[in-house]
Design a protein around this ligand. Sequence first.
Ligand code: SF4
Length: 335
Amino acid sequence: MSARARILPVFVPHQGCPHACVFCDQRHITGEKSVVSSDTVRKAIQEAALPRNGAKRQLAFYGGSFTAIPLDRQNELLSAAKDAIDRGLIDSIRLSTRPDAIDSAVLDRLRFYGVDAVELGAQSMDEEVLRLSGRGHTAEDLERAARLVKEGGFELILQMMTGLPGDTPERSVETARKLIRLRPDGVRIYPTVILKDTALYELWKRGEYREHTVEDAVSLCAVLVPLFEEAGIPVIRLGLNPTEELSGGEAAGGAYHPALGELVKSRILLNRARQMLRGVRPGASVVLEVPEEKLSQMIGQRRENLRILREEFMLRNVRAVSVRDGCPDLRCFTE
Ligand code: SF4
């Protein structure tokens, strides 16, 4: 996604989705319970009044499996959005959908309406994980759809989940590697959250699913994010957007944390410091230099990163300081 894009999200919750992914209750994920119509789209565009200031203004249909909802509803929503493009109120449309709801004819129709970015829910590239999660598509479906989207000239965003039934950290790393080979323009990573009244909630209650905790997600995503970034693929979202419903109890368990992305960035810096401190003599005093905007991530919540480094490397002292000299990431010195 272009850094200069302004996104206006319209959530299309679970409408017409014939599938039953064990983790999914789209109404709770999006906080949206009413039916979305062309009026919703027009009102959202009117109220947002996105300024034309050089940034691309995109209407985004998120939340469900857009190209799997009834065709007349798709066309109604897309027509309202295209009308806004024709009137110069927005520049383009993006949407999210399932891999098995994409083919050349679908993409031709999306292009006609002004869609230029397609997000595909891969979730996993492991067949057993897909089966146990009730996804109803295969890894091959994702590969085929991703190629069609790219060949069709659309921006391609892939979404993956961690901690699904049957998943392991190794399988998640393998999923990330397979997604990287498809050369998406960006990825979103959603560690599994156990929502009330879902099949996954029941499995968890019966002891048939082991919760993917916040700590599980943070330690795993601190491995996945650098894989994508080293491949030049930006991670444009990590974890569900916090909503009042989720924070108020709908997220019954699993990896829900309103600041999950920050926790992961903090862990990545901790891991980098660990690598740089290998071989440092016990009893040394260490200074970690980071750019100003990363200082709190380096220190960690309740100064946890500094405590961990001090204990693991038996250091006399560890302190983190910010620098403004263009230091790109992290530098370590002993005093
Ligand atoms: S395909 Fe998407 S909307 Fe349908 S059940 Fe699965 S996650 Fe939910």
